[in-house]
Design a protein around this ligand. Structure first.
Ligand SMILES: Nc1ncnc2c1ncn2[C@@H]1O[C@H](COP(=O)(O)OP(=O)(O)OP(=O)(O)O)[C@@H](O)[C@H]1O
Ligand SMILES: [Mg+2]
Length: 113
């Protein structure tokens, strides 16, 4: 199992969610986030005039996922969020050691999907 964390431009969220759904990836956590990348939050202000200090508004997606779905998830996120400009975002993939569905007590790859 992996935990996929993606930081994207807010205006790309709908397209990313649509592509994830097409890849049969439905379970996701979405949060509003503030962040800065290599440009330290400065140079992409022209793309988003919602600057807060040196931090820019982003959307964070988190997806706990079985290994077979990791590549489809990455393809969906890149496909939906890439404009080719700075500030498009970044995806992190980390090993996930456990998942528990609280309602049933199921664990592991039964609980995650
Ligand atoms: N190494 C990192 N650790 C944690 N968060 C990061 C990291 N890199 C990027 N982010 C998050 O992703 C957001 C978007 O990053 P961004 O796309 O600007 O990355 P970048 O490395 O600056 O690439 P680019 O040069 O294409 O802009 C940042 O605002 C920040 O929230
Ligand atoms: Mg950047």
């Amino acid at each position: 199992m992996k935990y996929v964390i993606a930081v994207i431009q807010p205006d790309r969220l709908d397209e990313v969610l649509e592509r994830l759904t097409e890849a049969k990836i439905h379970l996701v956590t979405v949060s509003n986030a503030l962040g800065r990348g290599r440009q330290k939050g400065i140079s992409e202000v022209y793309r988003s005039h919602k600057e807060t200090g040196s931090l820019l508004k982003k959307v964070k997606l988190e997806i706990g996922i079985n290994d077979d779905y990791v590549q489809p998830a990455l393809d969906a996120i890149v496909g939906g969020a890439q404009s080719g400009q700075i500030g498009d975002g970044k995806i992190f993939v980390v090993d996930l050691t456990e998942c528990v569905r609280i309602s049933s007590g199921e664990t592991g790859d039964t609980a995650i999907g």
